[in-house]
Ligand binder design. Structure first.
Ligand code: BGC
Length: 457
């Protein structure tokens, strides 16, 4: 086990947050008129979920939102990132709102405000209503307006109290894992034919941003998953493989938002995006803050000529790994490097929010106090990396831990625990881990240091 650092260099002036997503914590899949989503379909496919679990109970957060708010308040967070599921609000993915569901999230927002925590909802954390997917999902341009209609409904209900919105969570994972290789819902295996889903998601985000700003005084962002791509060998083939992976994982999602254009896809033999007049202007003007979820670097090597994909993702040599094994190498400096690199490419970068960062480790299933020194080391290392990026001039304004709670980790079911709080999925019992206490103390320390600085001004 990694030694716990006694002191981590604390970036000054950061806001502190933790995140969850609805399907991963709520349970109550058949409650209050919720419609089916692509995850309800996906988890029923034989072999789709590692432990064949269903997220029926998860953390029982829909029935007991007060339990989550108490943990949020106990940490002393500035902000809390959670998601609102489209299929609860519009069970058929269009038309009249389900007011019972809206009232639930309205009460949840009130509870957060009562404990002085700023709500940061995400409108889409991967749960597309099955009815929208049946009409083409993110492959169809029509989904853009359907998403904007859904955004309007939610903003009309919460916009008097919510001033910060994430539209989409990690469109890259939806495109790559959901539509290209099928490891996540909706489980399509279209390889490079999945690329139109990039543009339709970015456009849906941009339309939702317009709708939100026209109905409320609010800041809007999107959160991209970023990775730092390393060639396995210093050869032209591996450098090309790494550049292509960087393009489809990072740049194709970041550059339209930050520079108003797609990278040169034709240079890689890739099809053009289905862009129409005005799309890129709308996308370029769409963010007040830029969310980055970071977990790990990705090491890439050139694939055999016979492979349908020209790169292979391989273990990153010489670094420790999380509970996922070699798939999830731990390399905090990669977060600093990617932030500094992004800022160099886009000097007018808007305020950056680290929207998720965290790690799973093997931990007991039954209720227990977990001394998770490995998670503390992971978080401390990445917070220090953020501090180094800020010192190098990158405008980072917030750091968010994934996750507040152990939860249902998508295709990995209950086998990967990411929480600051242990959850016994058989009983629902929540037990703060050592990392919860550590994060609480770190936030309190940062706040006192900031107050002391104010006094000496
Ligand atoms: C997602 C989370 C997920 C986490 C860990 C992120 O890609 O936004 O929903 O649980 O990674 O895999």
């Amino acid at each position: 086990m990694t030694a716990v650092p006694t002191r981590s260099p604390l970036p000054t002036g950061l806001r502190w947050s933790a995140a969850t997503s609805a399907f991963q914590i709520e349970g109550a899949r058949d409650v209050d008129g919720r419609g089916r989503s692509i995850w309800d379909e996906f988890l029923e496919a034989p072999g789709a979920i590692t432990d064949a679990s269903t997220a029926d109970l998860a953390c029982d957060s829909y029935r007991h939102p007060e339990a989550d708010v108490a943990l949020v308040a106990g940490l002393g967070l500035d902000r809390y990132r959670f998601s609102i599921p489209w299929a609860r609000v519009q069970p058929d993915g269009r038309g009249t709102a389900n007011t019972v569901a809206l009232d639930h999230y309205s009460r949840f927002v009130d509870r957060l405000l009562e404990v002085d925590v700023v709500p940061f909802p995400t409108l889409y954390h991967w749960e597309m209503p099955s009815a929208v997917e049946a009409d083409g999902g993110w492959l169809s341009r029509d989904t853009v307006e359907r998403f904007a209609d859904y955004a309007a409904i939610v903003v009309d209900s919460l916009g008097d109290r919510v001033a910060h919105w994430y539209t989409l969570n990690e469109p890259a994972m939806t495109t790559l894992q959901g539509y290209a290789v099928g490891a996540l819902a909706p489980g399509r295996q279209l390889l490079f034919d999945a690329l139109p889903t990039v543009h339709h998601q970015l456009l849906a985000h941009a339309r939702a941003a317009q709708v939100i700003r026209s109905r409320a005084s609010a800041q809007v962002g999107l959160v991209n998953n970023h990775t730092w791509v390393l060639p396995l060998n210093d050869t032209a083939e591996d450098r090309d493989a790494a550049a292509l992976y960087d393009l489809i994982h990072n740049r194709v999602f970041s550059e339209p938002l930050l520079a108003g254009e797609y990278p040169d896809l034709a240079a890689w033999g890739l099809p053009a995006m289905p862009v129409q007049d005005g799309d890129l202007d709308a996308i370029r003007a769409s963010i007040d803050f830029y969310g980055i979820n970071f977990y790990n670097p990705t090491t890439v090597t050139a694939a055999d000529a016979s492979s349908p994909i020209p790169f292979d993702i391989v273990p990153t040599p010489g670094v420790p790994v999380t509970g996922f094994g070699p798939e999830w190498p731990i390399m905090p400096v990669a977060l600093r490097d990617l932030l500094v690199d992004l800022h160099a490419r886009h000097p007018l970068l808007p305020p950056v929010i680290i929207g998720e960062n965290g790690a799973s480790f093997p931990e007991p299933d039954r209720a227990a106090r977990v001394e998770d020194a490995d998670r503390i080391a992971y978080l401390a290392g990445h917070i220090a990396a953020v501090g180094e990026a800020i010192a190098a001039g990158v405008p980072v304004e917030e750091y968010t831990v994934w996750s507040l709670l152990d939860n249902w980790e998508w295709a990995d079911g209950y086998t990967q625990r990411f929480g600051l709080v242990h959850v016994d999925f058989a009983t629902g019992e929540r037990t703060p881990k050592a990392s919860y206490d550590w994060y609480r103390d770190l936030i309190a320390g940062a706040r006192s240091a900031a107050a002391a600085r104010e006094e000496t001004r």
